[in-house]
Design a protein around this ligand. Sequence first.
Ligand SMILES: [Zn+2]
Length: 278
Amino acid sequence: MLDCGEGSLGQLSRRFGREALEERLLGLKCVWISHMHADHHLGLLRVLSHRAQAARRAGREGERLTVVGPPPLSKWLRTYASFDQAQYDLVHNARLFPSNEWVGAGCREVLKGLLAEGLGVDVVTVPVKHSCRDACAVIVSDRCAEGETPWKIAYSGDTRPCQSLIDAGRGATLLIHEATLDTPLEEDAKAKQHSTTGEALGVGGRMGAYRTLLTHFSQRYPKVPPLEEVTAHGAAAVAFDFMSVDLADLPSLPSMMAPLARLADEQGWHGLYGEAAE
Ligand SMILES: [Zn+2]
């Protein structure tokens, strides 16, 4: 799970149904947190707590969840999660940087090996440019069997366009990038340390990402952000609540944009509510 904002457990329950929720929680191996803004980490306690309860009921208490996140997450979890006896192992994002002298290559390789063994994927994090200290992006790569085509997913968290993310995510199958504001609002995006639609699409292009999926739209856009630029792009789409995308369907992902744009027009979904906190 990449980021876990407030309401994540409720969203999972609505998406998969109450019956399947426990199974999904027990199947969850790792939660990665990009930074300490509430809309990215506040739902973690409930997910941990409900997962621990589900594990007790299923007699699977020993199966610990790996949580990867910024250093302040340790104290936050120690302060609040102790009441629920949640079972997790915490890894700091900085320990998974592509190169980081103070961590030590040996330690980094051991950690990566453990994650790869437990999750079946390679995980690399990179520092990004956001208004929150220690903000990171993540790149998750498949460790597929010989002869299969490996996939690679890059997720930006919250950031301005960032070269370290472009370098680490080079050739990604899918880039999931924040696009908080529409392209004309670049000055606002700079001030708030977010990206515009145009900037996010530009990152996808420079990275050589096969598909770019935009997310984290400002509350200025009550239903959907302006869709024209993404629709015209041809290799991108916008994400929305409860969206599910099978990687096998990525080739046709951009083709959903034209009908979505038409639906938005018909329903009158566009329109600004004015400034809102991001
Ligand atoms: Zn943020």
